[in-house]
Design a binder for this molecule. Structure first.
Ligand SMILES: [Zn+2]
Length: 175
């Protein structure tokens, strides 16, 4: 098992959502609300580096005309351009909804050490209708990460009611 920290250890408790994690998750939910207000899908993500530096990204699927513009994939691009591999390894990505298989892959390839999510994918799937005959993908991020050689620690779900509220009414008339 690959350690999260440079000293070769994986601290206990990182698979659980702490009170400090919930503060960061709440900020990711704020970013998701901003994304929705800006005409995009209601997802947001922030990355907190080991030194406390914070990066954030909204979803840009609609405004950028880019189906891969998920909050987490946008954040991975941003963070990878700004942080070293060692910094990414000791960073935590907080996301308003469990990362999809594409974003989980991006997080894995970026070498980000930990992911904390609010709304579970299965609950999102119940809210999102099939679009153009294509159902949403159903593959929990833990299953994606489990297939990789490096460990990505996952914690979540948390703040589920608040996270679901960000989606309320959105998918009935989604662009
Ligand atoms: Zn995604």
């Amino acid at each position: 098992m690959t350690a999260l920290l440079p000293d070769g250890t994986t601290p206990a408790g990182l698979t659980h959502v702490s009170a400090a994690d919930e503060v960061h998750l709440a900020r990711a939910l704020d970013v998701a609300r901003l994304s929705r207000a800006n005409g995009n899908h209601p997802f947001g993500a922030i990355l907190v580096a080991g030194d406390g530096a914070v990066l954030e990204s909204q979803n840009t699927v609609v405004t950028a005309g880019d189906p891969t513009g998920h909050a987490e994939s946008n954040l991975v691009r941003l963070a990878s351009a700004r942080l070293t591999a060692a910094e990414l390894r000791t960073s935590t990505l907080y996301t308003s909804t469990e990362p999809c298989v594409m974003c989980s892959g991006a997080i894995y390839w970026a070498g980000i050490g930990r992911v904390v999510y609010a709304l579970p994918e299965q609950l999102l799937g119940q809210m999102v209708p099939e679009q153009g005959g294509e159902p949403t993908m159903d593959l929990p991020c833990r299953e994606v990460f489990a297939r990789g050689g490096n460990t990505v620690i996952v914690a979540g779900p948390a703040l589920v009611a608040e996270a679901a509220d960000v989606h309320a009414g959105f998918w009935d008339t989604a662009p």
